[in-house]
Write a protein that binds this ligand. Sequence first.
Ligand code: CP
Length: 301
Amino acid sequence: LPHLLTLEGLPRATLDALLIRAQSFADGHYDRRALDAVAVCTLFFEPSTRTRMSFSLAAQRLGADVLNFDASTSSTRKGETALDTFKNLEAMGVRGFVVRHSQDGAVAALAGHANPGTVLVNAGDGRSAHPTQGLLDMLTLRQAKGADFSRLTVLIVGDVKHSRVARSDLHALRALGAGTVRVCGPAALLPGEDVLRGCEVSHDLDAALEGVDAVMMLRLQRERMEEGLVGSLEDYHRGYGLTAARLRRAAPDAVVMHPGPINRGVEITDEVADGPQSLILRQVANGVAVRMAVLEALLKG
Ligand code: CP
């Protein structure tokens, strides 16, 4: 791979290889000099906790020199463009860029200006893609349910329309042969058929939960939403919040996931988020391993 911009179109073999490598990192097998003298910059133009910190940790564990770019204290505040920022850091010898931006396609646009040997990883662009979140979700599912997804029923709930996580999860679930993928949310928060291709679509969470093996909750992306697109948060919770009572409709060994950050009491209750079926912090732990696998695949050799 020259860059990792999206999971769309990646063959199953590529995803499987990254997941197997990530599992080996998760098990603690890694070479702390693998990226010796390679400079990696986390270039985030949007806020982040999990993605940014776990990419930094992943790069450090492989021995890279890590630069964390903070837009709020950078010369972007004086009007410097993202492209000029990128080219200046590249001129300093940074080879790996982990980029988050609010605009769809912004990371691909920067990649189009990269010198040979410079690699970019999309850490989330607009509502388009968050490929390493998709990979870490698949690693988490694989650990819980095994590598064969063909008999699984996976439910994605909430604001799919504005979610780059959902798009990357859907690409990965299709590539890995998930048996049934259900999507549930209010009509105003579901995207078009291009995104939902092959999914069972529902607006009734109680019905959609019946017998599922995994529930992937999504955050309400209010920063990407027109005013008034959903009613009150209380109404949203009544319709689409995951509660312990609702979760009993799923398979007894169903697992619950959420990419974070969580709006507690809105899309999920504390009882479920912190309960025995929740894999939310396992997802976060897997984020480091998956990002090590991606950085190694792109930057080593
Ligand atoms: N899941 C995720 O992308 O979280 P952050 O926005 O904190 O990176």
